[in-house]
Design a protein around this ligand. Structure first.
Ligand code: MEV
Length: 434
């Protein structure tokens, strides 16, 4: 039985590793070796990572890749992606190439409104509270001026504060529901600072009203008015690359989406595929993928049941495939100027504004869904998936570079499965593939 540790965060990194190795792993030397192998040799980079979070012991790498040939609103992008799943970048690149010769992706930002709320309880007279709010609204804005001044100079700031009566949900529950324009910043710190100031000023000014009990002040990651629309379309006849008549291909694409619209089991997986693309770019550009995930999935359920984020139609011989998603992203602040790989990712994207990044990220999501559905309705997903996974399997089985070369060639025409790869590797080792 382990004992709790006191003052762990004050230990040096070496002491933390020593303690961990002694208490929670079987082989202390091996633990230390693995952690040390992932330290960055550049001490300044390592220090940066050490200071991102508390109790850093080492780094956790994800592959950083590029999916080239994305034509978005007439401009070509190579999209940086950070992700561990074998087939995601290959699928994105394939979809980019497919649409490159068919007009590319069209993207436009619909709105960029962020949201934050002060949640509080008040058990006095409702009318008095609303009358008081009318009086105090300007004071709230003025009290936050030191926080909002710079953002306002750039054209952003607090857009609105409304008092919302939530007493139907909970006895005495009200909100200051606030909306913000945070321009190129994701804005979490800005929004939370404004909200905490609103809460303090509101409570102070309300002393004649009776008890206002502030529960909390926090931004919302549900941003249904911070959305971007992305679309591809082409004549039916141009859907001619697969071993399937274009009309059948288009019809099956539409069916696949109708299925995801009618069944949450399928919708979740369908949308997960979209998030493969979205998260990879969100991560590479140093944005908060948990915030994006939470907001996107809530949006997928906005009409009462969880549904497909993408849509498709065939009209007048034209196939159109599109998506509208909420994305609260930043290209300034946070990790964007701190993490060297994030800075590079943004440079690769030509230092986009937050609005441009919303378009690029959403395109990566739409492309990923197109690639997934295209495989699913034609060859099935496993063919491409297992091909991409082959190297992982071979590495896991300890194959040498020479053995890998032979087997990659062999599996160009053979079906990849765990058993078939194992058998083929044994055959190579026994000289049967020479
Ligand atoms: C795998 O990561 C994603 C897919 O399952 C998405 C889908 O089924 O649409 C292939």
């Amino acid at each position: 039985m382990q004992k709790p540790v006191e003052g762990f965060s004050k230990f040096s990194k070496e002491e933390k590793i020593e303690w961990l190795a002694d208490h929670y792993t079987d082989n202390a030397d091996e633990t230390k070796k693995i952690l040390a192998r992932y330290w960055n040799t550049d001490m300044s980079v390592q220090k940066l990572h050490d200071e991102f979070i508390e109790n850093t012991l080492s780094n956790y790498y994800l592959p950083f890749a590029i999916a080239p040939n994305f034509l978005i609103n007439g401009q070509l992008y190579a999209i940086p992606m950070a992700i561990e799943e074998s087939s995601v970048v290959a699928a994105a690149s394939k979809a980019a190439k497919f649409w490159l010769s068919r007009g590319g992706f069209k993207a436009n930002v619909i709105d960029t409104e962020k949201v934050g709320q002060v949640h509080f309880f008040y058990h006095g007279e409702k009318n008095r509270l609303f009358a008081f709010f009318e009086e105090i609204e300007d004071t709230l804005m003025i009290a936050a001026k030191t926080i909002t001044r710079n953002m306002e100079k750039r054209g952003g700031g607090v857009k609105s504060i409304t008092l919302r009566d939530k007493t139907d949900a909970l006895d005495g529950y009200y909100q200051l529901h606030c909306t913000f324009e945070t321009l190129d910043a994701m804005g979490a710190n800005f929004i939370n600072s404004c909200l905490e100031q609103f809460a303090t000023t509101f409570k102070e000014a309300a002393h004649d009203l009776g008890e206002i009990e502030i529960t909390m002040s926090i931004l919302s990651n549900y941003v249904p008015k911070c959305t971007v629309r992305v679309e591809v379309s082409c004549p039916l006849s141009a859907l001619n690359e697969d071993d399937m008549p274009p009309e059948t291909f288009a019809k099956k694409m539409v069916q696949a989406i109708q299925i995801a619209k009618s069944d949450p089991y399928r919708a979740v997986t369908h949308n997960k595929g979209i998030m493969n693309g979205i998260d990879a770019v969100v991560l590479a550009t140093g944005n908060d993928f948990r915030a994006v995930e939470a907001g996107v999935h809530a949006y997928a359920a906005k009409d009462g049941t969880y549904s497909s984020l993408t849509h498709a139609e065939i009209e007048n011989e034209l196939f159109t495939f599109w998506m509208e998603v909420p994305l609260a992203l930043g290209t300034v602040g946070g990790l964007t100027s701190l993490h060297p790989m994030v800075k590079l990712a943004l440079e690769i994207l030509q230092n986009p504004s937050a609005r441009e990044l919303m378009q690029i990220v959403a395109v990566a999501g739409l492309a990923q869904n197109f690639a997934a559905l295209r495989s699913l309705i034609t060859t099935g997903i496993q063919k491409g998936h297992m091909k991409m996974h082959l190297l992982n399997m071979l590495n896991q089985m300890g194959a040498t570079e020479k053995e890998k070369e032979k087997l990659i060639d062999y599996f160009k025409t053979n079906i990849v499965s765990n058993a078939s790869v194992k058998e083929a590797l044994e055959n190579v080792r026994n000289g049967h593939h020479d």
